[in-house]
Design a protein around this ligand. Structure first.
Ligand code: HEC
Length: 127
């Protein structure tokens, strides 16, 4: 490896570290935002029943398909996948994306809060 490559590698490593740190901070922020959801949603299956479905592993799941949870007919029929884009639309205004949903949650106004909680859900879905 010549000196220029060595310097570039060092620079890349130096840049990668703060980037991953920022990612961890976003997930921490998301965990704080999730407190607004946890009144109605579990993320870990601890056997307690809440008003809403368990959200562990929700990213990548098809909407309205968690076994053992009784969805509104609107959510059960929605049929789209929970990816970042659909989750952002839902969390902006749940009943705009799924008219007839039984959730009374009005949504999150701040885009940064939505992005953070989605990253938190994504991290929970990967582990
Ligand atoms: C007041 C209770 C309540 C709050 C607070 C709430 N939800 Fe929900 N949520 C529900 C209910 C009830 C449903 C089921 C909706 C249906 O069947 O129409 C639901 C459904 C969902 C679904 C669809 C899940 C699936 O399996 O398809 C997602 C995703 C979701 N909520 C995310 C969130 C997030 C993220 C928050 C916090 C930012 C949140 N909710 C806050 C009650 C709530």
């Amino acid at each position: 490896m010549n000196t220029v490559h060595g310097l570039l590698l060092g620079l890349a490593l130096a840049l990668a570290h703060p980037a991953s740190h920022a990612w961890a901070d976003i997930i921490d922020d998301g965990e704080v935002v999730f407190k607004k959801c946890s009144e109605c949603h579990n993320i870990i299956d601890d056997g307690t029943k809440k008003t809403g479905p368990n959200l562990g592993g929700v990213i990548g799941r098809k909407a309205g398909t968690l076994k053992g949870y009784t969805y509104s007919p609107a959510m059960a029929a929605s049929g789209f996948p929970w990816n970042r884009e659909n989750m952002d639309r839902y969390l902006t205004n749940p009943s705009a994306l799924v008219p007839g949903t039984k959730t009374t949650f009005p949504g999150l106004k701040e885009a940064a809060d939505r992005a953070a909680v989605i990253s938190f859900l994504e991290a929970q879905s990967e582990s």
